[in-house]
Write a protein that binds this ligand. Structure first.
Ligand SMILES: NC(=O)c1ccc[n+]([C@@H]2O[C@H](COP(=O)([O-])OP(=O)(O)OC[C@H]3O[C@@H](n4cnc5c(N)ncnc54)[C@H](OP(=O)(O)O)[C@@H]3O)[C@@H](O)[C@H]2O)c1
Length: 231
């Protein structure tokens, strides 16, 4: 049966591939990111299903409203994938507090703003999936230079667990995937020359399947999805 899924960070990388995979399986995908042109490319690339591309900056409340309006035009959400994120690599002692605030604003408060706005549109039996990182997974080996990123991604872990505690009675599942290195532009920008063992297509396929079926097996779970440690 066709589902309706909202995914953030769909203009490139993992989000783009996840959206394509869902569309290829005839699901309706509300795809968002700031880059309007890249979202249009995504719509063209999708052969099946329906991509409703809605440009939005997750740090702007007026853009969150645009997304809520787009979703209000559907029959409700079966899934919400909070995938958008930004990275910053710099030694902790050189990282300005403003960088920490910026990464929190996109990676964490973006999820807060969007999920609060989408809550009334999430159907019973729906699934919220927050994409964190091994950088925020307790006990994993860490890459140096990712203090602001790791702080934000660890916050996504805690946020996901509390959201699950509050939404379970309403039959809305919340899970969090802490993913390892995937060969995207984000990774190449932060770690030039590093070769990740997983492609964006592979991770996109995994996430597309997980948003559709993962909540049959998991709720309130924080799962590492990584071949190596670190990342
Ligand atoms: N690649 C990895 O190795 C890796 C590892 C662990 C975790 N992750 C996580 O996986 C997710 C996807 O990563 P990726 O590698 O695919 O990254 P990416 O290629 O850099 O894509 C990031 C996406 O987030 C969107 N975005 C950034 N700032 C935004 C904002 N203010 N408002 C709305 N959208 C915004 C970008 O679109 P616009 O620029 O068009 O807005 C883009 O579509 C991220 O949460 C990342 O932290 C990635």
């Amino acid at each position: 049966m066709s589902k309706t899924i909202l995914i953030t960070g769909a203009s490139r990388g993992i989000g783009y591939e996840t959206a394509l995979k869902l569309a290829s399986e005839n699901h309706t995908v509300i795809a968002t990111a700031r880059s309007k042109d890249k979202l249009q490319e995504l719509s063209k690339a999708a052969n099946n299903g329906q991509i409703i591309s809605t440009p939005a900056d997750l740090t702007k409340p007026e853009d969150i409203k645009k997304l809520a309006d787009a979703v209000a035009g559907t029959n409700g959400l079966d899934g919400l994938i909070n995938n958008a994120g930004v990275v910053h690599r710099e030694a902790f002692m050189d990282t300005d507090i403003e960088v920490f605030k910026k990464l929190m604003d996109v990676n964490v408060y973006g999820i807060v703003r969007l999920t609060q706005a989408m809550k009334t549109h999430l159907k019973k039996g729906s699934h919220i999936l927050n994409i964190s990182s091994m950088s925020g997974y307790q006990g994993s080996l860490k890459f140096g230079g990712l203090s602001a990123y790791g702080t934000a991604k660890a916050a996504v872990v805690g946020l996901s667990e509390v959201m699950s505690a509050e939404f379970t009675d309403e039959n809305i599942a919340v899970n969090c995937l802490c993913i390892g290195a995937v060969q995207t532009e984000m990774l190449a920008e932060a770690f030039p020359g590093f070769e990740a063992p997983v492609s964006p297509q592979q991770m996109g396929d995994y996430i597309a399947n997980f948003i559709l079926t993962g909540h049959q097996f998991y709720n309130g779970k924080v799962l590492p999805v990584a071949l190596n440690d670190p990342g």
